[in-house]
Design a protein around this ligand. Structure first.
Ligand SMILES: Cc1cc2nc3c(=O)[nH]c(=O)nc-3n(C[C@H](O)[C@H](O)[C@H](O)COP(=O)(O)O)c2cc1C
Length: 366
C-alpha cells in the first residue's frame, strides 16, 4: 500500500504476524531500473516472506526490474493492475491495463522468463463500463495463458474518471461473487480475495471459497488484529500466546534505535504504529503522544519504549524524574496525561468499588 507498507511498516507487521505474506508499496519499474535501488528495495531479512509490487507496461523494463528485485531476495514479484490514480493512468499502467490483457500477458511472460520466484498479478473485477464477469474472466484467461497462476483480486471495479483513488476504494460495490466464481471455474489457479475484509469470521467464510485473503486497510488501521490472524490461521507456526502490545513497542524501540543510527527519523518508524492500541481505553491519547514524540526535544527510541508507561496503573518514576529535570515537553505531556488518567481511575475506582469491590480504571484493560 502506497505510503503505508514501507520497510518500517513491514518490520512492524511482521512482529505481529510471523506467518502472513507482506507486500511492498507499488514501485514503478522505471524507478527500480533508474532510481536508488537500495532505497526502494532494501528490506530486513525478518520481513520474509515478502513480495515486491511493480507497476509498468513495458515488458523489457518490467523484466529488468523484476530481476533486480529478485536479486534483492524478494519471494514474489507482483504486477499492479489495480491502481486508478490519474498519474498511473497517464503512464498507461495500473488498472487501465485491464483493457489490454495482451500487454499484461507479455509483461508477465517477460518477467517469468528472468526470475525463478512466482510472478503474480493484482487486479480488480473491472473498469468503468467493463464490469461484467465475462470481461473479468477473459482478462484472467489471457494472463493465465502467459503463465500467471496466482491472481489477487480487489473485488470491485475501478472508475477511471471522476472518482478519486480513495473513493475508488469504497464507492464501487464489492463483487466477492466474481472472485468465488473465478475460483470455481479455474481450480488450477490460486485466487486470493481482497476488499472489505475486516474480521476473523469474514476471513474464515472467504477461505471456504478461495485460496487466500489479502487485508489492506484493516491491517493498517488496526495492526494488532494481525495477532488474531496469526493465532487463528498460522497456529502451528506460532507461540500459543501472542506478544502483548507493550512487548511490540519494546521490540520496535530496539528497531528504531538501530534505524536512528542509520539516519532514519523516528517519525518514519512510529507513524506506522499509531493504531497499535486501537480499541484499548486510552488509545487516542497514546496515539497523540506517539505522534508528538518524534518532535520532542532529544527524541530517542527510549522515549518510544517509555510511551507504554502511559498504560500502567502504577506511578512512573522514571518519567517523572525526567520531567522534573525539565528536559522534555513531551515527557511533561505524558506525565500530565498520566495524571489525568490517574484522576480518572480514582474517580472510576470510587464509583465501581462499591459495586464490584475491585480497584482499577479503564487503563487496566491491558
Ligand atoms: C493508502 C492506500 C494505499 C494503497 N496502495 C496500494 C498499492 O500500492 N498497491 C495496490 O495494489 N493496492 C493499493 N491499495 C489498495 C489496497 O491494496 C486494497 O486493494 C484496497 O484497500 C482494498 O482492500 P481493503 O478493503 O482490505 O483495504 C492501497 C489502498 C490504500 C487505502
Amino acid at each position: 500500500m502506497l505510503d503505508v507498507t514501507d520497510r518500517h511498516c513491514r518490520y512492524f507487521l511482521r512482529l505481529l504476524a510471523p506467518g502472513v505474506r507482506l507486500y511492498t508499496e507499488m514501485i514503478t519499474a522505471q524507478a527500480v531500473v533508474r532510481g536508488d535501488r537500495e532505497k526502494l528495495l532494501a528490506f530486513d531479512a525478518a520481513e520474509h516472506p515478502v513480495a515486491v509490487q511493480l507497476a509498468g507496461r513495458d515488458p523489457a523494463q518490467l523484466a529488468q526490474a523484476a530481476l533486480i528485485a529478485a536479486d534483492f531476495g524478494y519471494d514474489e514479484v507482483n504486477l499492479n493492475v489495480g491502481c486508478p490514480s490519474q498519474r498511473v493512468q497517464d503512464g498507461g499502467f495500473g488498472v487501465c491495463l485491464m483493457l489490454e490483457p495482451e500487454v499484461v500477458a507479455r509483461c508477465v511472460a517477460a518477467m517469468r522468463a528472468v526470475v525463478a520466484v512466482p510472478v503474480t498479478v493484482k487486479v480488480r473485477t473491472g473498469i468503468d463500463q467493463h464490469d461484467d464477469y465475462e470481461f473479468f474472466s477473459r482478462f484472467v484467461a489471457i494472463v493465465a495463458e502467459a503463465g500467471c497462476t496466482t491472481f489477487i483480486v480487489h473485488a470491485r471495479k475501478a472508475v477511471s474518471k471522476g472518482l478519486s483513488p480513495r473513493a475508488n476504494m469504497t464507492v464501487p460495490p464489492l463483487r466477492h461473487e466474481f472472485v468465488y466464481r473465478l475460483r470455481e471455474e479455474r481450480p488450477e489457479l490460486r485466487v486470493i480475495l481482497n476488499g472489505g475484509v475486516r474480521s476473523i469470521e469474514a476471513i474464515e467464510a472467504h477461505l471456504l471459497r478461495v485460496d487466500g485473503v489479502m487485508l489492506g486497510r484493516k491491517a493498517a488501521e488496526d495492526p494488532y488484529f494481525l495477532t488474531e490472524v496469526q493465532q487463528r490461521f498460522f497456529a502451528g507456526t506460532t507461540s500459543a500466546v501472542p506478544p502483548g502490545r507493550a512487548e511490540i513497542v519494546r521490540r520496535m524501540s530496539a528497531y528504531a534505535q538501530h534505524e536512528l543510527g542509520r539516519g532514519t527519523r523516528l517519525r518514519e518508524v512510529t507513524r506506522h504504529m499509531l493504531g497499535l492500541y486501537r480499541g484499548v481505553p486510552g488509545a487516542r491519547r497514546w496515539r497523540r503522544l506517539l505522534s508528538e514524540l518524534p518532535c520532542a526535544e532529544g527524541a530517542s527510541a527510549d522515549l518510544l519504549l517509555r510511551s507504554t508507561d502511559f498504560f500502567r496503573g502504577s506511578e512512573v518514576t522514571a518519567l517523572s524524574d525526567t520531567v522534573q529535570s525539565g528536559r522534555s515537553g513531551y515527557l511533561r505531556e505524558i506525565d500530565t496525561e498520566r495524571g489525568r488518567d490517574k484522576q480518572q481511575r480514582e474517580k472510576e475506582g470510587a464509583r465501581t468499588q462499591g459495586k464490584t469491590g475491585r480497584q482499577g480504571g479503564p487503563l487496566r484493560a491491558l
